[in-house]
Design a protein around this ligand. Structure first.
Ligand code: DC
Length: 217
């Protein structure tokens, strides 16, 4: 049986940064399920599907063939054969993914791919429902969180460092809206699994978080 570590938590809690570092340290593959939801959202945006039309989203998402490859240890997402990594990290795609991921057909479309990756590889997988739905038998589950102020400040600093325009209040409002959507959808909402360890990173450095989780492994 492969070693599976589940990391769940809200947007901006540092899941991907931490999971990547732990993957490297412990020789695991890092599975970024948010990127898969983002790739489906990208397809839906490109098709100009009405985001309020659940039936249209359900049918359009089935046309999106998502495959994952690891190139130099980095997860590369292919959408119908195209490497779309460069298009996934925009606010528009993230906000759309938060909406479209509430659609049951979208979740079903990605679930078997996620489970297959975990059954074939020792991995650390991050997302919203990994410990609760995707990998209920993961050997370690962590719920990583931080206050919305801290998460918005991290995102703000990231944008400023890249020389991009950033509005702290708008970023914070977007994060809070995504938290609400991710926590209140009917299927696989974001919540801490009963057997998950809570790690609040608000006042922790990246190194401290990595050490804490490595200690739990
Ligand atoms: O982690 P992220 O910001 O890349 O995720 C984008 C959106 O995808 C997030 O707002 C909710 C959705 N998502 C999900 O519903 N389930 C997951 N396991 C991962 C992401």
């Amino acid at each position: 049986m492969s070693l599976n570590i589940a990391i769940d938590g809200p947007a901006g809690a540092g899941k991907s940064t931490i999971a990547k570092l732990i993957a490297k340290k412990k020789n695991l593959i890092y599975v970024d399920t948010g990127a898969m939801y983002r790739a489906v959202a990208l397809y839906i945006l490109r098709q100009k599907t009405d985001l309020e039309d659940a039936e249209a989203i359900a049918s359009v998402c089935r046309e999106a063939d998502i495959t994952i490859r690891y190139e130099d240890g980095v997860q590369v997402v292919y959408l119908n054969g195209e490497n779309v990594n460069a298009f996934l990290r925009t606010e528009e795609v993230g906000n759309t993914a938060s909406k479209t991921s509430a659609n049951p057909a979208v979740r079903e479309h990605l679930l078997s791919l996620q489970r297959k990756l975990a059954s074939e590889n020792d991995c650390i997988m991050d997302g919203r429902d990994i410990g609760t739905v995707v990998l209920p038998d993961a050997q370690l589950k962590v719920f990583l969180t931080a206050s919305s102020d801290v998460r918005a400040k991290r995102r703000y600093d990231e944008l400023v460092a890249k020389g991009e325009a950033a509005d702290f209040e708008k970023i914070k409002a977007d994060i809070e809206q995504r938290d609400y959507q991710d926590m209140h959808r009917e299927i696989a909402p974001l919540k801490q699994a009963v057997d998950a360890r809570l790690v609040d990173t608000s006042d922790m450095s990246i190194e401290e978080v990595v050490d804490t989780i490595c200690g739990l492994i």
